[in-house]
Design a protein around this ligand. Structure first.
Ligand code: AKG
Ligand code: FE2
Length: 416
C-alpha cells in the first residue's frame, strides 16, 4: 500500500484553507464561531487552534483577502486560545500587528493603483484610515450599489459580473422589490402517462423560463443513481469542457444503461418533447457530489455551443433528516451516515434573474441554456453556492441542440 498517498499534501491544505475562507466570505461566518467549531447553525467538533488561526490569517493576507484577513488578525489580537498552543512567535511567523501592517500596506497600495485606473469602487476607503469596516456591511453596500448602477464589481473570489448579487442570493436574500407572481399547477396533458401521475410544476421565472418540477424521481431511482455513481465519483470535469468555471465537487457520469431502472432520459422526453435518448442527443447524466465548502462559480453551461437545455435533478434534500426518506435506506443506516442532507448552503443562484433555488430532494429544475437562435442565453448565468454543512448530490442532464432543432417547443408558454 502506498502510505504516502494517505497524507494530505501542501496543495490539499491550501485548498482546505481556500474552502474555509470562501465559506466565511459567502455566509459572513465569524472567525470566533469558526474556531469553536460553529459553522452557521451547526455545532461541530471541528475546532481551530491558535496556530491554525495564525496560518489562516497569513494565508488571507498573502492572498489579498483584506476583510477576511482583518477579522482573523483581530481575533488573534483579542482572543485567548487554549494554553496548549505555544509556538506562535516561532520562525517565520508574523505577529498579529505585523500582519495587520502588512495587510494595510497591501490594501492601500492596491487602493492607490486602482484609483489610478479609475476603479476606486472596489474599496471605499483606505484601510489605514478606516480599519473598522465590517465585511458584511461593506459587501451589502457594494451589492446595493451594483444593483442600482448596474455596474459590475469584482469580488474577492472572482466571478466578475453580479458577484454581490450572487453572494446575497446564496444567503437567501434578493433585491427584487415586487415578488414575481409565481405559479404552480398540476400538469396532466403532456402525455397520457401524466393523466395518472400529474406533474407538479412551478414557474420560478417566466422569460427566460425557469421551471421546477416536484417529485420527478422516486426513492428507487435515487437509490439506483447513488449506487451507480458512488464508486466513480472522483474527478472534476475536463477543464476543456468547463472553461474557467471553478468546481469544488466530485463527479461521475452515468449512461442510461448503467441505471436501467431509472428512465430519466425517457421522462425528460415525455415532459419536454425533446430528443434525449438518441445517440448524441444528450450528455451522460452528470452526478455531482458537494461536501463542506463545495461550490461551482458563476457560469453558463454552454461551451462549444452544443447545449440546448439543462435539467438539474436533486438527489438529496437541503433540509434536515425529518424531510428525508434516507432514514429508511438500510445502506445509509448501515454506514451510520447521518450527513445525508444539506443543512445550510448549496442553493443554485441566478444573479441576473434575482433567483435562488433551494435543492429539494426528488425535484428537478429546468431551463434552456441557449436562445432560439442558438446563441448562449447569458441571462441564465448561475452558480452553486458553497455547502456549509451536510452533503448535496445532484444529477444534471444536458440536452443537445442539434438533435432537437425540430423538437424545441416554439414557445416557452407552459399553457401552450
Ligand atoms: O449544483 C448546482 O446547483 C448547479 C451545478 C451547475 O450549475 C453545473 O454543474 O453546471
Ligand atoms: Fe451549470
Amino acid at each position: 500500500m502506498d502510505r504516502q498517498a494517505a497524507f494530505p499534501d501542501e496543495s490539499t491544505y491550501r485548498d482546505a484553507l481556500q474552502a474555509l475562507l470562501q465559506l466565511q466570505y459567502f455566509y459572513d461566518l465569524r472567525p470566533l464561531d469558526l474556531i469553536r467549531g460553529v459553522i452557521g447553525t451547526e455545532h461541530t467538533s471541528i475546532e481551530i487552534s491558535k496556530v491554525e488561526a495564525q496560518e489562516i490569517a497569513e494565508f488571507s493576507v498573502n492572498n489579498d483577502y483584506f476583510c477576511i484577513a482583518m477579522e482573523w488578525i483581530k481575533l488573534l489580537q483579542k482572543f485567548e486560545f487554549g494554553n496548549n498552543d505555544t509556538n506562535l512567535d516561532g520562525m517565520g511567523q508574523r505577529t498579529p500587528t505585523e500582519l495587520q501592517v502588512a495587510l494595510i500596506d497591501k490594501h492601500d497600495s492596491n487602493f492607490e493603483k486602482n484609483l489610478g485606473q479609475g476603479q476606486a469602487y472596489m474599496y471605499t476607503e483606505k484601510l489605514g484610515s478606516h480599519i473598522e469596516i465590517l465585511p458584511s456591511s461593506l459587501k451589502m453596500t457594494l451589492s446595493e450599489e451594483s444593483r442600482k448602477t448596474g455596474k459590475e464589481i469584482m469580488g474577492t473570489f472572482g466571478g466578475g459580473s453580479f458577484t454581490y448579487n450572487h453572494l446575497a442570493l446564496c444567503n437567501g436574500q434578493h433585491f427584487t422589490k415586487n415578488e414575481p407572481q409565481l405559479y404552480c399547477w398540476l400538469d396532466n396533458k403532456r402525455h397520457p402517462y401524466f393523466a395518472i401521475a400529474p406533474l407538479k410544476m412551478e414557474i420560478l421565472h417566466y422569460e427566460p423560463l425557469l421551471l421546477r418540477i416536484y417529485d420527478i424521481i422516486n426513492q428507487g431511482w435515487i437509490k439506483e443513481i447513488k449506487e451507480a455513481a458512488t464508486p466513480h465519483l472522483s474527478q472534476a470535469p475536463d477543464p476543456g469542457t468547463s472553461g474557467n468555471t471553478l468546481r469544488t465537487a466530485i463527479y461521475a457520469w452515468l449512461a442510461d444503461e448503467e441505471i436501467p431502472g431509472t428512465p430519466i432520459s425517457r421522462l425528460i422526453e415525455l415532459i419536454f418533447n425533446l430528443n434525449v435518448r438518441g445517440s448524441n442527443a444528450s450528455e451522460l447524466l452528470q452526478v455531482a457530489s458537494y461536501a463542506l465548502g463545495g461550490s461551482v462559480s458563476l457560469h453558463v453551461d454552454y461551451l462549444g455551443g452544443t447545449k440546448l437545455a439543462n435539467i438539474n435533478v436533486d438527489i438529496q434534500d437541503l433540509v434536515g433528516a425529518e424531510n428525508s426518506d434516507d432514514e429508511s435506506d438500510p445502506d445509509v443506516l448501515l454506514r451510520g451516515d447521518r450527513m445525508n442532507d444539506v443543512k445550510l448552503g448549496g442553493y443554485t443562484v441566478f444573479p441576473k434573474l434575482n433567483i435562488f433555488v433551494r435543492p429539494i430532494k426528488g425535484s428537478a429544475v429546468f431551463w434552456y441554456t441557449s436562445l432560439r437562435n442558438g446563441n448562449v442565453d447569458s441571462r441564465m448565468l448561475h452558480a452553486a453556492c458553497p455547502i456549509i454543512y451536510g452533503h448535496k448530490l445532484i444529477g444534471t442532464k444536458w440536452v443537445h441542440q442539434y438533435e432537437n432543432f425540430l423538437t424545441r417547443p416554439c414557445t416557452t408558454d407552459p399553457w401552450a
